[in-house]
Design a protein around this ligand. Structure first.
Ligand SMILES: C[S@@+](CC[C@H](N)C(=O)[O-])C[C@H]1O[C@@H](n2cnc3c(N)ncnc32)[C@H](O)[C@@H]1O
Length: 207
């Protein structure tokens, strides 16, 4: 099945409690982001944001330049419905991240549980080049993937798992590591998943 249809079916048919990745509040992402002390007008993109609550909290914190990108129109519709009138304050982009051509450079790129679905070497490389080009000099990157102790699949799709050193190494050409940690995610069905969460700063020498 085409990947877009896969995700549309997921977001059409599953409640929050049926999605392993669901978080009522994305605590780890917010902690990483708040450590950057970004100005409220900073341009922030949540890649593969789906119907995550990250945008809701960032809006509530006063951020004014938030973009949510996702391959699934259904995910974006869910998020827009939930946000109601506040949805107008966000830029929504329906796209496969691998086909995305950014029209601006961002201050902060957030990706929780999306990069790990990119498993083909050429596509991993394309994603890294895209991120480096889409971030300003010293722009901030937050990535959360399944760790090497995490599941091998999510939503029926194979993932590439990363240890903290593997993720840092994978991005080392264009990104300086700020910090990494393990997050134990508690799924809505009382299981746990080990995530590798890292933050980076884009090197000035990156393209
Ligand atoms: C496991 S969910 C995580 C959602 C969100 N980041 C969160 O933390 O709640 C993966 C998300 O990535 C999106 N996605 C998967 N592959 C994608 C791709 N190639 N381009 C853009 N979005 C993608 C899916 O539609 C889904 O919303």
């Amino acid at each position: 099945m085409e990947i877009k249809n896969h995700w549309n079916l997921v977001f059409e048919n599953k409640t929050d409690e049926q999605k392993s990745w669901f978080q009522p509040t994305p605590e780890t992402s917010l902690r990483f982001m708040n450590e950057f002390a970004l100005p409220k007008e900073a341009s922030i993109i949540d890649v593969g944001g789906g119907d995550s609550r990250l945008a809701d909290v960032l809006l509530a914190q006063g951020f004014t330049n938030i973009t949510v990108l996702d391959i699934s129109s259904k995910a974006l519709e869910n998020a827009q419905r939930r946000l109601g009138i506040n949805a107008q304050k966000i830029t929504w982009i329906e796209s496969n991240i691998l086909d995305f051509t950014p029209s601006i450079q961002y201050d902060c790129w957030h990706d929780r549980a999306v990069f790990h679905f990119v498993t083909d070497k050429k596509e991993i490389n394309a994603y890294k080049i895209l991120m480096a080009g889409a971030l300003k000099n010293n722009g901030k990157l937050i990535i959360g993937t399944f760790s090497e102790k995490g599941p091998e699949m999510c939503s029926g799709l194979r993932v590439q798992r990363y240890s903290q050193s593997k993720l840092s190494e994978a991005l080392s050409e264009d990104f300086r590591k700020i910090k990494c940690m393990e997050e134990i995610h508690h799924t809505p069905f009382q299981t746990t998943q080990s995530f590798t969460f890292c933050s980076f700063s884009r090197k000035e020498s990156a393209n």
